[in-house]
Design a protein around this ligand. Sequence first.
Ligand SMILES: C[S@@+](CC[C@H](N)C(=O)[O-])C[C@H]1O[C@@H](n2cnc3c(N)ncnc32)[C@H](O)[C@@H]1O
Length: 306
Amino acid sequence: MNQHWIEISLKVPSAAADAVCAVLAALGSTGVREREQVLDTFIVPDADENLPEVLDLRAYFPSDEDPRQIVERIEQQLAPLRRAFPSPGWSAATTGQVSDGDWAESWKQHFPVFRVGSLIVKPSWEEVDPGDAHVVLTLDPGMAFGTGTHATTRLCLEFLVEEFAARASAPKVLDVGTGSGILALAAAAFGARGVLACDIDADACRVARKNAAANNLADRIDFTTRALEDLDTGFDLVLANILAEENVRLASELVRRVAPGGLLVLSGILQEKESFVREGFSRFGLSGPEVRSRDEWVCLTYRRGA
Ligand SMILES: C[S@@+](CC[C@H](N)C(=O)[O-])C[C@H]1O[C@@H](n2cnc3c(N)ncnc32)[C@H](O)[C@@H]1O
């Protein structure tokens, strides 16, 4: 499929970048890049880190829209942000049309089809032959984290594939920090008997619901923005791909939600933070952890006593 896209270029002061990306997403952008990088960042930037003062953004819209109207709507929506973040760094939004042959090729480098055991995750623009895979999920890059390309997500997917292959009964699953919904979708598709997925970010829940519907899994997963402490308990698998600090901060609430004999999977942990997380979970009498690692990330799986 040779799909065409409208590319919007825009320079923005870095302080306004999050708000600008939210505006672009709300206006229908299917993705935003900063130079060659995809804005799918896991690590909260260090306050002392020297970020460039001006970011050169590229946002992509489906080509069935009128480019002039897109620019007009963007400029209208950005007017309050230009006032709130006064800077000489702002540029006007400009458009060009690109085809799969150019930007989407580099997009594809960031979001290739990938396989984890019996699971295939693919973007909607790719057709795949499932072969002997049990599950094929379609997930497009959007404004929520989690197309599976990040090591922390991949580690959780590896866990899910192995766990579902090994267990005799269908588990009840809680996905804390669902982002795009990828882990919840995988669990539901592998046959979980119930999946609850939460995220503090309402936009993430909206994207995740859309992804669930696109994969015919909407009736198998409940998405919520409710806080962890307000959620049910008694889950056989609790997945938390959130940062090390957040895992430790939520430790007792996470453990409380695991059913006796159930598993707690903690991801989003840089290797250098592993001992900090182990320490944070040492007081609960859990067994483990089993450790998986990829790049500079680790994923810890604990089991609660039966
Ligand atoms: C790194 S993303 C993980 C997305 C997806 N689960 C994956 O594995 O790719 C972390 C997500 O956790 C959410 N999050 C962070 N802290 C949270 C909390 N305390 N409760 C619920 N969600 C949280 C963020 O909004 C973000 O969407």
